[in-house]
Design a protein around this ligand. Structure first.
Ligand SMILES: NC(=O)c1ccc[n+]([C@@H]2O[C@H](COP(=O)([O-])OP(=O)(O)OC[C@H]3O[C@@H](n4cnc5c(N)ncnc54)[C@H](OP(=O)(O)O)[C@@H]3O)[C@@H](O)[C@H]2O)c1
Length: 291
């Protein structure tokens, strides 16, 4: 299978390079080689490689900065994926795209299923929702995989930040009212690796049959405070920690440019029953990530 992967240097893209490589010819591209804001270049790139599968792990993910860079966020998160979907359709290729729990407003009070109505609170969420809608409009053989709270041990994310902070600060306050599914980028990439053999013989036919939106995230959910507590507990170099007090705080105490949904956990049962695959419990994945 010939695969084009966008976003190869991101948290997920980096992991996908490994899990996609065994499936044939993989062309992985990052921001430095190709700016997704350049539609002509994007068109020419996809046209020249004629993939059977396009995987888009690229995104504008700076949630606060997006409030001031709306046009750029929409360019990367909506226009570029829309063009990828169109080109995939033209080439009779399958398309895997990732979206976010931030398409929801977090007020439902239970984990979100795919049929729940999105209502993004910030520009990032709005741009990702616009991306979903344009892909759905194009149709074809696409999977939109909504995930949440992605971390990898290389990236700058909640896990690596907490590990850094507990080595610097004696007292740490972490919000206890934002709740979702911590998702290890490697576990998510591996799920794609388990999904592809099912599609290998005829990717377009397989993905067209199952086309739609799916929630795929770490199993279970937690507040950022509980997540931080687990990080501290599982830290293999706990003797380096100087933090003596980890305290719960509220989102209102830490105002940021972009409003976050409070309870945006994702219910992943549709993905699990459709493909007979699920991500490990978030605590187990975290333990593996920290080894
Ligand atoms: N991170 C999370 O907590 C989270 C939560 C829910 C859903 N998601 C979704 O999961 C997917 C993967 O996220 P991630 O955490 O792996 O993201 P990430 O680490 O921020 O990686 C995104 C990649 O996209 C690239 N990119 C940004 N603008 C670009 C442009 N104009 N042209 C080409 N490449 C560009 C970035 O390159 P530069 O860094 O060089 O700009 C980066 O390598 C995304 O769809 C994201 O929306 C993430």
């Amino acid at each position: 299978m010939k695969i084009v992967l966008f976003g190869k240097n991101g948290q997920l893209g980096h992991e996908l390079q490994r899990t996609l490589a065994p499936f044939g010819e993989l062309v992985a591209v990052g921001h430095q080689e190709l700016d997704l804001c350049d539609s002509n270049e994007l068109k020419a790139f996809i046209g020249s490689h004629e993939p059977q599968l396009i995987v888009n792990a690229s995104a504008y993910t700076a949630v606060d900065r997006a409030e001031q860079e709306q046009e750029l966020a929409f360019q990367v998160n909506s226009h570029a994926p829309g063009l990828m979907a169109e080109l995939a359709h033209e080439l009779h290729a399958a398309f895997i795209h990732f979206s976010t729990d931030y398409v929801f407003d977090g007020t439902l009070g239970r984990p979100y299923v795919e049929t729940d109505t999105p209502n993004p609170l910030n520009v990032y969420g709005k741009s990702k929702l616009a991306g979903e809608q344009v892909i759905q409009k194009v149709g074809g053989a696409y999977l939109i995989l909504r995930t949440s709270w992605v971390y990898s041990m290389d990236g700058d994310n909640f896990v690596t930040k907490v590990l850094r902070w507990v080595r610097q600060k004696e007292k740490l306050q972490i919000v206890d009212d934002q709740i979702s599914n911590p998702t290890w980028a490697r576990a998510l990439a591996e799920i794609i690796g388990y999904l592809l053999p099912k599609a290998e013989k005829a990717p377009f036919t397989f993905f067209e049959k199952y086309a739609g939106v799916y929630h795929v995230a770490g199993d279970g959910f937690a507040s950022r405070y509980i997540w931080a507590k687990e990080i501290l507990k599982l830290d293999l170099k706990a003797d380096e920690q100087v933090c003596k007090e980890l305290l719960p705080a509220s989102t209102a105490e830490f105002p940021l440019l972009a409003q976050r949904p409070l309870f945006s956990a994702l219910d992943c049962s549709k993905f699990e029953t459709t493909f007979k695959l699920c991500l490990p419990e978030w605590q187990k994945a975290l333990k593996l990530a920290l080894i």
